[in-house]
Design a protein around this ligand. Structure first.
Ligand code: CA
Length: 223
């Protein structure tokens, strides 16, 4: 799951990014409207959380860009005031939901999951391949109905491959899935995550194969 936070507040921004990383595996943060515009061009996000009062404009101005994307991300707008006009404006501009500051982390994550669940209703929130089942919103892996614990980076890689099952997934796509913009990724780190993931799945008797595609990346399919 790829999450972008557009928030200039020096306390709230990093706090949001950390809370969302715990809930969704990874998240990136930018602090202005122009950086937000640039970020959504280079990367497809599943969820974008947008503050309204940004140093170079109103975060709502990002919404038209996002609405045109396919697949489009779920959007959650942070409003400073619990003001009905403010909220109506966010929803009129195409936000999936809003959250009035201040809010509790538990509410943020619950709202984020709710907008993702609604969005994924169209494209399927649960992916099944052979005896593997992946719940995209809750980021839960089941093999033969049994829950399997997969560490964060491996889970991000598995998710990227499961959502593109039967297609070659480029190594760069996996890097982006498992690491944020600011992380340094050493050259063979994806390979080692994939081999650990493969071993973990095999030990759990998962009938899914992850095959390397030379020079490109990997292909996940049912055996
Ligand atoms: Ca702000």
């Amino acid at each position: 799951m790829r999450v972008l936070v557009v928030e200039d507040d020096p306390q709230l921004g990093p706090w949001l990014r950390d809370a969302l990383t715990v809930a969704f595996g990874s998240s990136d943060m930018v602090t202005s409207l122009s950086e937000g515009r640039a970020a959504v061009v280079v990367q497809n996000f599943d969820l974008v959380i947008i503050d309204r009062g940004l140093p170079d404009g109103d975060g709502l101005d990002l919404l038209p860009d996002l609405r045109l994307q396919r697949p489009r991300p779920a959007t959650l707008v942070l409003t400073a005031l619990d003001d009905p006009t403010d909220i109506a404006r966010a929803l009129d501009n195409g936000a999936d939901d809003y959250l009035a500051k201040p809010f509790e982390p538990i509410e943020l994550i619950a709202r984020a999951k709710a907008v993702l669940r609604r969005l994924f209703l169209d494209i399927g929130a649960v992916v099944s391949i052979a005896n593997l089942r992946y719940d995209v919103v809750n980021r839960a892996v089941y093999i033969d109905q049994r829950p399997v614990v997969v560490p964060r980076r491996e889970l991000a890689i598995l998710e990227a491959m499961v959502r593109r099952a039967g297609r070659v997934v480029l190594r760069e796509t996996l890097e982006v899935a498992a690491y944020g913009f600011d992380d340094d990724v050493s050259s063979n780190v994806i390979e080692s995550h994939v081999s650990r993931l493969r071993r973990r799945l095999r030990e759990a008797r998962c009938n899914v194969a992850i095959k390397p595609v030379r020079g490109l990346g990997y292909l996940l399919s049912g055996e």
